[in-house]
Design a protein around this ligand. Structure first.
Ligand SMILES: *Cc1c(COP(=O)(O)O)cnc(C)c1O
Length: 384
């Protein structure tokens, strides 16, 4: 059996190697390292793939979130609501801009932000909601967009984990994750579903004016060379990374299919086990279909009952099977984000999830032998 990895980027590279080498050597010959044709080409390709008017590439996903918030003109003291159960970057940029992060609880089935908790957290100071499309499926955007409309506040999608996923509206309409709110942010960190070979990110919007503002912000606040109208940042996607992403983008749907294939194998093995809860896909896609792309399985995350999560983790480690605990500590209990406004019973779901979740190896190269080995190992432990 091939060695099981949490994410296998080497096999994926072998598949696109000639194309990557060709474009890398061209970039090296032209020395077009920054803002070369690969960057504008990738931008256009991604706009077409997502069906969004503007993609603004930048240096990483954390920058993308920060720049989106700067572009919307959020100001110190403004409250921004986001999920307690997410990667810290989401709350970090809010705090960094001296906005006030307001963390709320999530849904126990989908792990995504709970619209009811959002409603309860709204105050006259609330200016934006940042839904995180966690583990590869969209937060309940229809409800979130409705709340935003009612209160006249912005929606900034953290789409770092769900590029390629669709959101399915109640009427069956599909729309790409990251293009539903006022602005979307994503990451091309190597292990994300569309990853480059270093750092990268992008911002999406259908708003022409906002796109213009953001294009200046990523470039030191310049709209005309050496005229600095606003305080900006330096955040660029370089040409080598753009070339990798351009080579991979045409395969993204297939990558998503391969992830779903692995998820189906896991589900078949674990569904019905009394102490295991398989990930729930929203709105009628329980069978994990390939037609609507509602879930792209950035992570395959099980809930382990009976207090057995840590024992299972030890068991897998002993067999050399990698796993992840995303996330072990709720953001509201992280030193950097402590806030006296919170009470422990504001976050019953996140508190429970942090003790129950475990993410199994998930990537495009898992074969049946590996999946059998992983599922048997999990079931052996759970049934002993
Ligand atoms: C990865 C990730 C980010 C940050 O992306 P970087 O490119 O690493 O800066 C932000 N939010 C979420 C939910 C992520 O998973």
């Amino acid at each position: 059996m091939r060695k099981i990895q949490m994410v296998d980027l080497v096999s994926q590279y072998q598949d696109i190697k000639p194309q990557i080498q060709e474009s890398f050597s061209q970039i090296l010959e032209n020395a077009s390292f920054i803002n070369g044709p690969e960057v504008s080409g990738f931008q256009k390709d991604l706009e077409a793939y997502l069906g969004v008017k503007h993609v603004i590439p930048c240096a990483n996903g954390t920058d993308a979130l920060q720049i989106a918030m700067m572009g919307l003109g959020l100001e110190p003291g403004d409250e921004v609501i986001t999920a307690d159960f997410t990667f810290a970057a989401t709350a970090e940029v809010i705090a960094l801009l001296q906005l006030t992060p307001v963390l709320v609880d999530v849904d126990p089935e989908t792990f995504n932000i709970d619209p009811k908790a959002i409603r309860d957290a709204i105050t006259p100071k609330t200016r934006a909601i940042v839904p995180v499309h966690l583990f590869g499926q969209c937060a309940p955007m229809e409800e979130i967009l409705e709340i935003a409309r009612e209160h006249d506040i912005y929606v900034i999608e953290d789409n770092a984990q769900a590029i390629g996923a669709n959101y399915k509206f109640a009427d069956g309409r599909l729309q790409k994750a990251g293009t539903l709110g006022d602005v979307g942010a994503t990451s091309f960190f190597p292990s994300k579903n569309l990853g480059c070979y270093g750092d990268g990110g992008a911002i999406f919007t259908n708003n022409d004016e906002l796109a213009h503002t953001i294009r200046g912000i990523v470039n030191h606040g310049m709209y005309r060379r050496y005229y600095h109208d606003v305080v900006g940042v330096n955040s660029r996607l370089d040409s080598l990374q753009a070339a990798v992403l351009r080579a991979k983008l045409p395969h993204l749907d297939r990558y998503c299919d391969q992830r779903r294939e692995a998820a189906r194998f896991y589900n078949a093995a674990f569904s019905g086990h009394a102490q295991l809860t398989v990930p729930v896909t929203m709105r009628g896609c329980e069978g994990i279909c390939d037609t609507c792309d509602c879930h792209v399985f950035h992570q395959y995350t099980l809930k382990v009952g009976g207090g057995k999560r840590d024992g299972l983790a030890d068991h897998l480690a002993g067999l050399g099977i990698p796993f992840g605990i995303y996330y072990p500590i709720p953001l509201h209990r992280q030193k950097a984000y402590l806030d006296s406004r919170y009470a422990e019973d504001d976050f019953p779901v996140t508190n429970a999830l942090c003790k129950e979740v475990i993410s199994l190896p998930m990537h495009t190269e898992l074969d049946e032998e590996q999946l059998r080995f992983i599922t048997s190992a999990v079931l052996d432990y759970m049934n002993q």
